[in-house]
Design a protein around this ligand. Sequence first.
Ligand SMILES: *[C@@H]1O[C@H](CO)[C@@H](O)[C@H](O)[C@H]1NC(C)=O
Ligand SMILES: *[C@@H]1O[C@H](CO)[C@@H](O)[C@H](O)[C@H]1NC(C)=O
Ligand SMILES: *[C@@H]1O[C@H](CO)[C@@H](O)[C@H](O)[C@H]1NC(C)=O
Ligand SMILES: *[C@@H]1O[C@H](CO)[C@@H](O)[C@H](O)[C@H]1NC(C)=O
Ligand SMILES: *[C@@H]1O[C@H](CO)[C@@H](O)[C@H](O)[C@H]1NC(C)=O
Ligand SMILES: *[C@@H]1O[C@H](CO)[C@@H](O)[C@H](O)[C@H]1NC(C)=O
Ligand SMILES: *[C@@H]1O[C@H](CO)[C@@H](O)[C@H](O)[C@H]1NC(C)=O
Length: 279
Amino acid sequence: MQFSSLISLSLVPLSHAIPVIYIAGDSTTAPDGGHNGTQGWGEYLQYSFSANTRVNNSAYAGRSARSFTREGRFAAIAEALVPGDWVIIEFGINDAGIPQNGSTSTTGDKGRVDCPGSGEEVCVVTYNNVTEYVQTFGTYVKNASRLFLEKGAKLVISERLPTNSWQTGEFKFTPSVYAYYSMLVTQELGGPKAGVYFVQHGQYAAQAQKLLGKDIVKANYPMDNTHPAPYLADIFHQAFVLGLKCGTSPLADLIVNATARIEGPLLGTCIQANATLPI
Ligand SMILES: *[C@@H]1O[C@H](CO)[C@@H](O)[C@H](O)[C@H]1NC(C)=O
Ligand SMILES: *[C@@H]1O[C@H](CO)[C@@H](O)[C@H](O)[C@H]1NC(C)=O
Ligand SMILES: *[C@@H]1O[C@H](CO)[C@@H](O)[C@H](O)[C@H]1NC(C)=O
Ligand SMILES: *[C@@H]1O[C@H](CO)[C@@H](O)[C@H](O)[C@H]1NC(C)=O
Ligand SMILES: *[C@@H]1O[C@H](CO)[C@@H](O)[C@H](O)[C@H]1NC(C)=O
Ligand SMILES: *[C@@H]1O[C@H](CO)[C@@H](O)[C@H](O)[C@H]1NC(C)=O
Ligand SMILES: *[C@@H]1O[C@H](CO)[C@@H](O)[C@H](O)[C@H]1NC(C)=O
């Protein structure tokens, strides 16, 4: 009797049999992308992990670090986490601007613009007639990250995707300020030593766009210059995986593809990085 209860105690799961990778993000990551036949890159991530992990794409179209927080979407991920899980956080498409007074979910800044700045700046506005103390991108992402770390998860803070780099007819890519904010957040959370890793997803996706060329890239933005068609969304997933492989994250060890098979004429090779980059 005592013996069997000991055995059943030892079977209480402290972690999942396989880790779950949760993804927090916007329409460029989400299931069904920005709709209209577009797709989010997060939908393809499972194919680079096979049966080693399960991917839960919790990204949601139209969201920013601010609205993902307000709507309890980070909290829902935290609720589901067990030690050994991973969370990928990629925002910055819907975060830019200056918060406006009197916005609703369909008017003004739609309640999604963060307070500008890289520190603890706060903007006070009314949203849906309620006073909201709007925080910076960094404050929202660090707040969610600390919750995830407390649950025993490890994190990837991922640089947002670029828009169509060929939209003017010439290849152009300038890293977004959210690339810098995401890198800074990773450092402020303690970086790789604390289980928090930065992926230069925007840089790798731009490199892939450059190699694909104008015609293919333009044909894969059917709706606007932000939301890719499924083919390009899959390429952006591969670009993320290459970026992950080029860093030190143990999540890279779970990828089924060999680095030699990922690097090549389609995606390019690892981007030069120095020791200060928390990849
Ligand atoms: C996308 O599809 C919706 C209907 O699902 C339509 O209302 C909207 O105008 C379309 N947008 C674009 C840019 O094609
Ligand atoms: C921090 O996260 C908790 C849980 O998601 C949320 O309730 C709270 O509003 C967040 N605070 C900030 C400043 O983001
Ligand atoms: C995916 O994660 C969300 C939290 O973001 C959770 O509510 C949902 O149940 C999960 N879905 C599956 C299929 O596990
Ligand atoms: C919004 O209105 C409040 C008072 O009505 C004011 O204190 C605040 O500065 C305003 N915020 C912006 C961003 O205009
Ligand atoms: C905000 O308040 C005004 C005036 O009381 C009201 O007409 C409006 O419906 C409210 N809007 C929301 C989003 O609650
Ligand atoms: C890894 O291989 C799978 C199966 O062939 C494929 O679907 C996926 O796109 C590959 N990932 C990368 C990053 O090449
Ligand atoms: C390392 O790279 C970053 C980003 O590319 C750059 O800002 C920084 O100056 C570099 N540091 C050193 C020591 O080279």
